[in-house]
Design a protein around this ligand. Structure first.
Ligand SMILES: NC(=O)c1ccc[n+]([C@@H]2O[C@H](COP(=O)([O-])OP(=O)(O)OC[C@H]3O[C@@H](n4cnc5c(N)ncnc54)[C@H](OP(=O)(O)O)[C@@H]3O)[C@@H](O)[C@H]2O)c1
Length: 367
């Protein structure tokens, strides 16, 4: 089927891989949103001739192909007529366009985990009201989704998220001297800078624990994390009868992206028939060297706006680390301190934005 796709974050890692999938399948790309990379957005617009594009930093509309119009906002593109909206703008900056897509009743293929972490319950409420739905793009959540197809939900006992362990799984005990270049060198996945640093600190797994809680409606106690260096098992579920189901495959995000875009079909891809890995290993995460994992669980247990505070403080700390203003081990220090002082507020849209602004200000002070 010639599906109509909107891609939020089209110039990034997930965005460009989504365009590969669109080329494989001949999907019609009708809307593109990006942040600052005007040249790549223009190149994409020339190739796909979308109906609408938007660039947050601004773009000269006269350079667009004649069939393409410049939108007034990212939300306008997010809400346009489409079969699937791929949400791949990182951080809470991705939330408003996700919300616009939800309010327009769209199917959202969700890569932007931060919006589900900070606002999961609120997004589901709006999705129910507007007939929207989510399908995961994150490989772990795609794996869990695939494991649960055809299974009775009451039979689910545990979600086991796999984590590669990042570049420092076997690294030095003391991570204080780690540089941004070392932290960005992920052993398995080629991703954008924010999610790469989150993978190195294990915050990415913490965010994924909270994303899984919100996406699949399970308790935090039902979600565990295992380190799996081969990144071949993308995640697993354990059922109440003691049996497990895992989803395995090559470490290529285009497989999870295509699954989200084509579900319930499973069309062939150029990545079929890859060799099996020689071994599959599973280890306990090192919770002392990577304290952000437990901080994420703590934020999830507190509930309300605590996950939003965790996320916002982490975004500030990661940006400061990438800008060489703080060291690697300052990231958990800043997040822990902000979380400890976080206001106890129930989750509402107002409280969420208030808590997000408070946490960003406080994290800046704590740097
Ligand atoms: N990469 C992966 O393999 C992977 C896997 C699982 C989940 N995810 C999740 O997917 C999301 C995207 O990750 P990524 O690795 O693709 O990030 P990325 O490579 O950094 O790309 C980010 C994209 O978002 C755009 N963008 C950033 N800020 C924006 C803003 N304010 N307004 C509009 N567009 C904006 C960027 O535009 P410009 O480049 O033009 O500035 C770019 O197109 C994240 O939430 C991440 O956690 C990623």
């Amino acid at each position: 089927m010639n599906k109509r796709l909107v891609i939020l974050g089209s110039t990034g890692s997930i965005g460009t891989q989504t365009l590969d999938v669109a080329r494989w399948r001949g999907y019609r790309v009708v809307g593109l949103v990006a942040g600052a990379n005007a040249e790549l957005l223009l190149q994409q617009a020339r190739e796909f001739e979308p109906e609408l594009v938007y660039l947050s930093s601004g773009i000269d509309a006269s350079r667009l192909p004649t069939k393409t119009r410049l939108a007034r906002s990212a939300n306008e593109v997010a809400a346009m007529d489409a079969d699937v909206v791929v949400a791949a703008i990182p951080g809470l900056a991705g939330l408003e366009p996700v919300r616009a897509a939800v309010q327009a009743g769209r199917l959202v293929a969700l890569a932007n985990k931060e919006s589900m972490v900070a606002a999961g319950e609120l997004l589901w409420e709006e999705a129910r009201a507007h007939g929207a739905d989510f399908i995961p793009v994150d490989s772990e959540h795609s794996a869990i989704f695939q494991c649960l197809v055809g299974e009775p939900r009451q039979a689910l006992a545990e979600i086991i998220l796999t984590a590669s362990g990042g570049p420092f799984r076997e690294g030095p005990a003391d991570l204080s001297g780690v540089t941004p270049e070392q932290a960005l060198a992920h052993p398995r996945w080629n991703m954008g800078p924010k999610v790469s640093i989150d993978s190195a600190t294990l915050m990415n797994k913490g965010l994924e624990v909270l994303e899984a809680k919100a996406l699949f409606g399970v308790d935090l106690d039902q979600i565990t994390v295992t380190i799996h260096p081969q990144s071949y098992v993308h995640s697993m579920v354990r059922f109440k009868d003691g049996q497990l189901k895992a989803q395995l495959g090559p470490t290529d995000m285009r497989l999870a992206i295509q699954y989200a875009l084509s579900y319930p079909d499973r069309p062939p891809t150029p990545l079929a028939n890859q060799p099996l890995p020689a071994a599959l290993n599973f280890y306990e995460p090192d919770r002392e060297r990577f304290p952000l994992l437990d901080l994420a669980y703590a934020a999830g247990r507190r509930g309300g706006v605590a996950p939003a505070v965790l996320n916002a403080a982490n975004e500030v700390a990661v940006a400061a680390f990438l800008g060489r203003r703080i060291g690697f081990t300052d990231i958990p220090r800043v997040v822990a301190a902000a979380l400890a002082e976080a206001p106890e507020l129930p989750l509402s849209w107002d409280n969420l934005y208030r808590a997000d602004s408070w946490a960003r200000r406080r994290a800046e002070e704590l740097l």
